[in-house]
Design a protein around this ligand. Structure first.
Ligand code: ADP
Ligand code: MG
Length: 928
């Protein structure tokens, strides 16, 4: 009868929720019906049966109640929002069901993954916002709130622009994103949200974003004063934060009590790192999308998952505050120097559990006895770590303050309480007893004592019966169907006393009960029930008391995580010969014998110096033709594969490491604190990976030109490469001028610019602060060795042909290419024949790149001597720069164009050979 309407009940609940899938408890199973059954059957390989109801037949699939979690996880990971309806009993013994939770990526609490799981709300700055008053205009910025339901972290900020908002989102890498009602209409932003983060985009009810409701939600959670004290007064931020709270509440995860604190931060507290830069520098994810070979992966030696989580947070959110960085560096220095103390600290930390996560589970009432035990054990680690610090040279470092930050006395009390309460090996289920120690609760002790007495009576029964009645072969035991019984061997079964009642005959024995035994049995069952109930109540009380201390647990967890992260930085520094950077604010970047933090671990790395920014008269050996006050802009040239990109990334990563408070891979380093790092890799490199278009390259360049300040570090790697040569040179040229102080009234950022356009190296002579450096190669005879050493001055040649040789291009092609190259290069600018005539006639034209105008000029050869500029121009000339718009002969021009654009690294040798043959044919007379 009751099951009659189950499918109808299911369908009606389903129509009330906006979740994608519903599962409903029916006794010992969670069932899926109808479409949902089909869906889970195909997604999760569940078996489908048929269920008939009111004359119709419905597909049905189910999982045992205790097994739901893995299915929930799997569905959520596949992007479904799953509503869970639990079964309740009304007064009359009938069952009904209600949706108790909606499980989404952000509210899936059952995770064993160490990563943070942020839910982010994004409230845009469109003016049709909120209350229709036209407030919430662009000046208010974009409100961002980040809540991690698994740890109770809650952060709020305001971003000025959509790009800033995306950078923040990329840093937090939320698993779920709630765009506000006005943001949803912004297709571009939503598209980018979907494209640049992995988070599921969920559309939450618009009401929750309304300013009034949002504010109310925040007040209820954190109190009035908090909003004022954290300075949360911008409407978009309030709306975002309020909406996240409501979302967590309404999905029923029950973790609101663990959200004890609201932290508002300024995006300017942190280094500006746009999404492209974070990807480019491979901080937490490589270009290919993996974790191996990322910066975090390389430097992470943490021993606990919260430590690893914090380290990752540091890497994605470097700081600008010199005080904070100095504090971290002091800790790292002390830990790096004291290997013994460091190992003691790390040993003490090892085995600690994730207190932030456990706090959330205690607060939400989902913690079991094992969880409380884990809390107890981890709380005990704090004094151990403190001891390891106090009795060592670390005591004088700011590390002592880190472990003193949480309320140690309160933590000790809580641990003490758990110590006296919990048994050492409690069962997983909380309703069957065995959770508590003797002496914790008088009533429980009393029950246990009576239980022990009754058990003792039973345990000794067999012996008593044997003695009193002269029986043999007597055992007393208990099973599910028969309860307690006395079992007598068949041979003597006839001799039992009269008050024995036979209940069962087995092959070799008979089972009996007596009134007294039944009486004792009832008592034992009563006591066991009472004990289970009492322990459950006691456990819930204890769990609630622990839940109340969620904030304390988070503090302790955070302190331990910080010690772990700092010890990890120290471990890496000590093991890899890293050095403490000297921080200046603002100031030059000076790196002596620097290495790339990741590459040095995989190759024999050749260290390099870098010197930029800051008033520094000494302009290097010989090459410093123009004395530069600033040396803010370095043009990096060198052959393909010589190490340009590595050199520049190394500079960016060393700066970044310094700004998380880490030592750096160098013999010595002075790092001027920067406000942002911007990198852009030319579209060609990225195009090869199908990631980018020239349009995107230019958008990002534009973003850099807009955002970089005099305190930023900019890394441009082959920018302008994704288009035709002259476009590329022109754009790169103009960007260089713009970023260098040449045109800007304001001081320029520090810029590293790798280019294969040798034309650009002449900029150094014309713009103050722009200097050339190049990656040196050793060329003895026709052999080329990459020295990987960076020296002042421009590279003087392009080594494409040598690289082709190294790559195994057949000898005839290589020597022919050399010949063509020699011809093309000549000592002067290239000759271009006019009018298709094969003779070296009078109408020869020269194409000259004019460094003053930044343009190409084609002139008659009569003027050639004069238009050819000074020696430096000649020397720095590779094959690429000596060209121009042909007035005539398109055949030659097209060969030249192809020759210029061919990427020797990317083209297979056979194809190269084919190309060279083609060119020979096209050039006709060049038979050799
Ligand atoms: P480019 O940008 O000039 O084409 P890359 O920076 O991509 O060159 O480097 C090419 C290769 O050389 C990479 O495999 C890199 O690991 C290696 N490399 C770069 N710099 C060094 C160095 N200083 N020491 C050793 N190997 C290096
Ligand atoms: Mg490169």
């Amino acid at each position: 009868m009751a099951s009659q309407g189950i499918v109808e009940e299911f369908l009606s609940l389903k129509s009330d929720t906006d979740a994608d899938v519903l599962t409903m408890q029916c006794g010992d199973f969670y069932e899926f019906f109808a479409d949902d059954a089909e869906l889970v059957a195909s997604e999760l390989d569940l078996k489908v049966s048929q269920k008939s109801s009111h004359g119709s037949s419905y597909p049905m699939a189910g999982v045992p109640v205790d097994d739901l979690t893995p299915y929930l996880k799997a569905l959520v990971e596949r992007g479904y929002r799953v509503a869970v309806a639990d079964q309740f009993e009304d007064g009359g013994g009938d069952h009904y069901r209600e949706i108790t939770r909606v499980v989404t990526p952000g509210t899936l609490l059952e995770t064993d993954d160490a990563d943070a799981r942020y839910i982010a709300a994004v409230v845009g700055d469109s003016d049709e916002g909120s209350d229709g008053s036209g407030r919430g205009t662009a000046t208010d910025g974009i409100g961002l709130a980040f809540a991690d339901a698994t740890t109770g972290q809650f952060l709020v900020t305001v971003a000025d622009t959509a790009d800033d908002a995306l950078s923040e989102l990329y840093r937090f890498d939320p698993v779920e994103i709630l765009p506000g009602p006005d943001t949803r209409g912004d297709d571009e932003l939503v598209r980018r949200l979907r494209g640049e983060t992995d988070g599921t985009v969920s559309l939450f009810e618009a009401d929750a974003f309304a300013p009034g409701r949002a504010k109310h939600a925040l007040r209820e959670q954190f109190g009035d004063e908090t909003l004022d004290s954290v300075g949360l007064d911008t409407e978009p931020a309030i709306r975002a934060a309020g909406a996240v709270l409501r979302y967590v509440e309404e999905t029923g995860a029950g973790v609101l009590p663990s959200m004890t604190r609201l932290r508002a931060f300024e995006t300017s507290d942190h280094l500006e790192l746009d999404a492209t830069t974070q990807r480019n520098l491979e901080l937490t994810e490589t270009m290919q999308g993996g974790r191996d070979g990322t910066l975090v992966d390389t430097i992470d030696h943490t021993v606990t998952s919260p430590g690893g989580r914090l380290l990752r947070e540091w890497v994605t959110r470097p700081r600008r505050d010199r005080g904070e960085l100095t504090r971290r560096l002091d800790c790292v220095q002390a830990l790096a120097a004291g290997a013994l103390a460091r190992e003691r600290v790390r040993e003490a930390l090892d085995g600690g559990y994730d207190l932030e996560r456990l706090a959330a589970r205690a607060a939400s009432g989902s913690a079991d006895a094992t969880d409380l035990l884990a809390i107890r054990e981890t709380l005990a680690i704090l004094p151990d770590v403190a001891d390891a610090i106090e009795g060592s040279p670390l005591a004088d470092s700011p590390l002592s303050a880190v472990v003193d930050r949480p309320d140690r006395a309160a933590a000790a009390d809580l641990r003490e309480e758990l110590e006296t309460a919990l048994a050492d090996d409690p069962p997983k289920t909380v309703t069957q007893g065995g959770l508590f120690r003797r002496g914790y609760d008088d009533e429980l002790d009393d029950l246990l004592e009576r239980h022990a007495e009754a058990s003792e009576w039973i345990d000794t029964l067999a012996e008593r019966e044997t003695r009193q009645h002269g029986l043999s072969h007597v055992t007393v035991d208990r099973n599910k169907t028969d309860g307690y019984y006395i079992q007598i061997g068949k041979s003597v079964a006839d001799e039992v006393p009269a008050h024995y009642r036979e209940i069962k005959t087995l092959k070799n024995s008979k089972r009996f009960v007596t009134d007294e035994l039944e009486e004792r049995e009832r008592e034992i069952l009563r006591l066991e029930d009472a004990r289970g109930d009492l322990e459950y109540d006691l456990f819930c009380d204890l769990r609630d008391r622990v839940g109340v201390h969620a904030g304390l647990l988070q503090d302790v967890g955070r302190a331990l995580a910080e010690v772990d992260a700092l010890a990890s930085l120290a471990t890496h520094a000590a093991g890899n010969d890293w050095t403490r950077p000297e921080l200046t604010e603002p100031g030059p970047l000076r790196i002596e014998a620097g290495r790339h933090p990741v590459v040095e671990g995989t190759t024999e790395f050749v260290p390099n110096d870098l010197r930029m920014g800051g008033a520094d008269g000494s302009a290097g050996d010989g090459a410093g033709a123009v004395a530069s006050a600033d040396r803010d802009f370095l043009i990096v040239t060198g052959p393909n594969m010589s190490g340009k990109s590595t050199y520049m990334r190394q500079a960016a990563l060393i700066t970044l490491l310094a700004q998380i408070g880490s030592f750096v891979p160098a013999r010595a380093a002075t790092v001027g604190i920067v406000d942002g790092i911007y990198t852009r890799v030319g579209a060609l490199d990225e195009l090869a990976q199908g990631r980018s278009t020239f349009m995107v390259e230019m958008q990002e360049l534009s973003n850099i030109l807009h955002s970089a300040t005099s305190e930023s570090l900019v890394v441009l790697d082959e920018v302008g490469r994704g288009t035709a040569t002259y476009d590329g040179i022109s754009i790169a040229w103009a960007a260089t001028e713009y970023l260098s102080s040449a045109q800007a009234a304001t001081p320029s950022p520090k810029v590293l610019f790798a280019t294969h356009y040798h034309e650009l190296t002449t900029l150094a002579e014309h713009i103050d602060g722009v200097e050339n450096v190049h990656v040196a190669v050793d060329e003895s005879g026709d052999e080329v060795t990459f020295l990987r050493t960076v020296r002042d001055g421009p590279a003087d040649r392009s080594y494409g042909v040598h690289v082709a040789e190294l790559a195994g291009v057949p000898d005839p092609v290589v020597s022919r290419a050399r010949e063509v190259l020699r011809k093309l290069r000549g000592d002067e600018a290239i000759d271009i024949r006019g009018s298709g005539d094969a003779s070296d006639g009078d109408d020869t034209h020269q194409v000259v790149f004019d460094v003053d105008s930044g343009e190409f000029r084609t002139e008659a050869s009569a003027d050639g001597g004069e238009t050819s500029r000074g020696g430096a121009t000649e020397q720095s000339r590779g094959p690429e720069e000596s060209g121009g718009e042909p007035q005539t002969d398109p055949a030659i021009e097209s060969v030249l164009d192809e020759l210029r654009s061919v990427d020797v690294d990317e083209t297979p040798p056979v194809e190269l050979m084919g190309k060279v043959l083609e060119w020979q044919e096209e050039l006709g007379e060049d038979e050799g």
